[in-house]
Design a protein around this ligand. Structure first.
Ligand code: ADP
Ligand code: MG
Length: 230
């Protein structure tokens, strides 16, 4: 099991952002994580990647507990946060070298990752000179640098034009051949194109966890989403 979530709850003050959520993801799965804005997707992803801690319940990533083995979890996970925070004044290579130092991985790995995410022609540019699609590639490169088994991508395709969207989707599909991927999105076609499974949360609660085929047997994913989250 790559990711195990057991009865996880999280409060922000009085607000219960996650309410006893449980699911597990097998190694090698690409899972779409859906829910309306404010459902708790980013909160769950921050917990899985140890950026914040749950108030209740257990999260095990690659066999490591987030609360007690945070460093091992971080080594196992590549994380592309929502809004992809980058140091835009840095050159692409400079930024990836900086991350390589933090992760203590060989700088030789940088060129591999640059090729993998399709940044070869742009690699000498400053991040601020890149379009949004290419910035996403830099974010993905950063998430992949230490060759983690698990990837957590928070709305990696939001704000991309249709061509960039297809590029990043293909990239996720390619990466998913060798890694476990959990990614959030609002685009239903994307889930159907990229994932084998979907998890839907609403107001902090799990409302669906099924294969795409099973879930969409009788209704479209959009109508199921609308029904479960209204
Ligand atoms: P999603 O990613 O599904 O849009 P989030 O996990 O970002 O949802 O947010 C879930 C809920 O928790 C929202 O109501 C949001 O306003 C609230 N929330 C998120 N982060 C914080 C925070 N740091 N402090 C207070 N409330 C927060
Ligand atoms: Mg979010």
């Amino acid at each position: 099991m790559s990711i195990e979530i057991k009865n996880v709850s999280k409060y922000y003050g009085n607000q219960k952002a996650l309410d006893s959520v449980s699911f597990s993801i097998n190694s090698g799965e690409i899972v779409g994580f859906l829910g309306p804005n404010g459902a708790g997707k980013s909160t769950m992803m921050k917990i899985i990647t140890t950026y914040i801690q749950q108030d209740d319940g257990e999260v095990i990533v690659n066999g490591f507990h987030t609360l007690t083995e945070g460093l091992s979890v971080k080594k196992s996970v590549g994380y592309l946060p929502e809004h992809n925070p980058l140091y835009v004044e840095m050159y692409i290579k400079e930024y990836l070298e900086f991350l390589a130092t933090i992760h203590n991985v060989s700088k030789n790995r940088i060129d591999n990752v640059i090729t993998l995410v399709g940044l070869t022609l742009e690699k000498h540019k400053k991040i601020k000179q890149l379009s949004k699609g290419y910035r996403q590639r830099v974010g993905l490169a950063g998430a992949l640098l230490h060759d983690p088994d698990v990837l957590v991508l928070d709305e990696p395709t939001t704000g991309l034009d249709p061509n960039q969207l297809i590029d990043i989707r293909n990239l996720i599909r390619e990466i998913g051949k060798t890694k476990t991927v959990l990614f959030s999105t609002h685009i239903m076609q994307e889930v159907e194109a990229v994932c084998n499974r979907v998890i839907i949360i609403n107001k902090g609660k799990l409302v669906a966890d099924n294969t795409i085929d099973e879930l969409t047997k009788e209704h479209s994913l959009t109508s199921i989403f609308t029904e479960l989250t209204k």
